[in-house]
Ligand binder design. Structure first.
Ligand code: V47
Length: 395
């Protein structure tokens, strides 16, 4: 069994009547898409040149049609969402990434660092609906040792034993390891012992060194991001992967990024979801750049779905793309809508006008009105069944 087959999706969740559109219904006015469509219908892998053609095509509806075809082949009409809470324990960060409006230097009056008690209280506040996931990321704090984060996680697990902890990007893990003078593997094992269950996909940005040296010079390079993810996967962690687009990268950089993720996924099978992230320029050192447009956002979803044939899920992050575009993305390749969130800082510091959180009911309405079937999932894509005051996870 290949890595991709190993966890495509939960078989029980397959749609009984998948609405896969027939190949004969495909139409395009872009002749470059014809051979790509033939490959998609034959379930053949797309090349870097195909990726460039998909990015370059003006027939974005045809690109989306193909991505939707693959999405329905994999998931039918099912659309996954989760009830989660984001927690950002600190915005103090030694890196000064041009892309970021969230990080603050130590001593900056706008910097904050939660005490452990504050972080646990934050986890408890918000909706009365039981969350199934804490999504925890933050700045690279110069003074907080690994032990602080271990205590944070131990305390969360003690207070919320049923909640899955998806915590720390590959960038944070590499930083914590260096600071603690431990290997990445040793650090991950300590984090697992404390209660970390999986990792989010942030910090990947764009792997191409030319771009990375401008937008996030102080972060680990692309190779180290991939190597850290590889180590996490080998230890059995599931992780996600992101791509930050809409700044100074070009189509070749995006294709390169996607194919590097695909190659690692072939090797480990450890990625669950790909999440394209639109760059928000406000309050960043790149605020002269324009924000992305809806079609650019939709195209990232579609090309992601088509090139990442071994990724089970493509996630539309509504906080970043707006609920309206995220809903459209559900017809352009996305099968997952993240999430209730409750409180978001990274995008709102960069000018996002989206709400801070969404209820389960609102997410279900977006999904249903897109003609899809909402399936509440936990972080590992098991179906969640709720009664009025509790939930159970199908494993
Ligand atoms: O790592 C930072 C990006 C990421 C900006 O894994 C910015 O389930 C746009 O990774 N404009 C954090 N993007 C968000 C993230 C994420 C979100 C939702 C789900 C998951 C998951 C992961 O946001 C950062 C960085 O790549 N970012 N600043 C900005 N100004």
């Amino acid at each position: 069994m290949s890595a991709a087959e190993g966890f495509l999706y939960d078989r029980d969740m397959q749609a009984s009547t998948p609405g896969v559109e027939r190949a004969s219904a495909f139409r395009t006015y872009d002749p470059r898409l014809e051979p790509i469509a033939a490959k998609v219908f034959a379930q053949e892998r797309l090349s870097a040149d195909d990726g460039l053609a998909l990015y370059g095509s003006r027939d974005v509806l045809a690109v989306g049609w193909l991505a939707n075809h693959v999405r329905e082949r994999m998931h039918g009409d099912f659309t996954y969402f989760n009830v989660n809470r984001h927690i950002n324990p600190t915005n103090v960060c030694v890196a000064a990434c041009k892309l970021c409006a969230f990080g603050r230097k130590k001593g900056d009056p706008a910097g904050y660092t939660m005490t452990l008690e504050e972080a646990w209280q934050t986890a408890a506040s918000g909706y009365s609906e039981a969350v199934t996931e804490f999504h925890i990321v933050g700045g690279l704090h110069p003074d907080l040792p690994l032990e602080f984060f271990l205590d944070l996680i131990y305390g969360l697990k003690e207070r919320f034993p049923k909640v899955h902890i998806k915590a720390f990007t590959m960038v944070e893990i590499a930083f914590l390891a260096r600071r603690a003078k431990l290997s990445v593997e040793e650090t991950l094992l300590k984090l697992r012992e404390a209660g970390v269950d999986s990792m989010p996909g942030g910090g990947a940005e764009i792997f191409a060194p030319r771009v990375r040296s401008i937008i996030c010079d102080h972060k680990i390079d692309g190779e180290e991001w991939l190597q850290t993810a590889r180590t996490a996967h080998i230890l059995g962690f599931k992780t996600n992967a992101t791509m930050l687009y809409g700044h100074i990268e070009n189509d070749a950089d995006r294709v390169d990024h996607l194919l590097k993720l695909r190659a690692l996924q072939d090797e480990t099978g450890g990625f669950q979801a790909f999440i394209p992230l639109a760059f928000h320029p406000e309050n960043t050192a790149l605020d002269h750049l324009p924000a992305t447009t809806g079609l650019t956002d939709i195209r990232q979803i579609a090309v992601g779905r088509l090139l990442l044939d071994n990724f089970p899920h493509i996630k539309a992050y509504w906080q970043m793309m707006t609920p309206k575009i995220a809903q459209i993305a559900l017809r352009f390749g996305a099968d997952d809508l993240d999430g209730t969130v409750i409180e978001e800082k990274i995008y709102h510091d960069a000018g996002a006008k989206t709400p801070q959180g969404m209820t389960r009911k609102e997410l279900c309405r977006l999904i249903t009105e897109a003609g899809r079937v909402p399936v509440e999932r936990d972080t590992l894509y098991h179906a969640v069944t709720r009664t009025e005051d509790s939930f159970t996870v199908a494993v």
